[in-house]
Design a protein around this ligand. Structure first.
Ligand code: ZN
Length: 69
């Protein structure tokens, strides 16, 4: 018996791009126990690395650090 599962590839987070992502972004996040874990926070296609990077920085670090990429 051969089983077939449909795969759902990760898509680019840049606005309505929705291209298949080939990059993933990871961030060190503190969990509820105060331990840092590296988790995946976003994905981008080959064209929107900087845009998604900026978006994630604004989400996790606020606007003040969004200038220095
Ligand atoms: Zn994209």
């Amino acid at each position: 018996m051969i089983y077939i599962n449909k795969l759902y590839p990760d898509t680019c987070k840049h606005q309505s791009c929705l291209s298949r992502a080939i990059y993933e972004f990871k961030n060190d996040m503190e969990d509820e126990k105060g331990e840092y874990r590296t988790i995946t926070v976003g994905y981008s296609c080959e064209h929107h690395i900087e845009e998604v990077n900026k978006l994630l920085k604004e989400i996790y670090y606020g606007d003040k650090e969004s200038d220095d990429i």
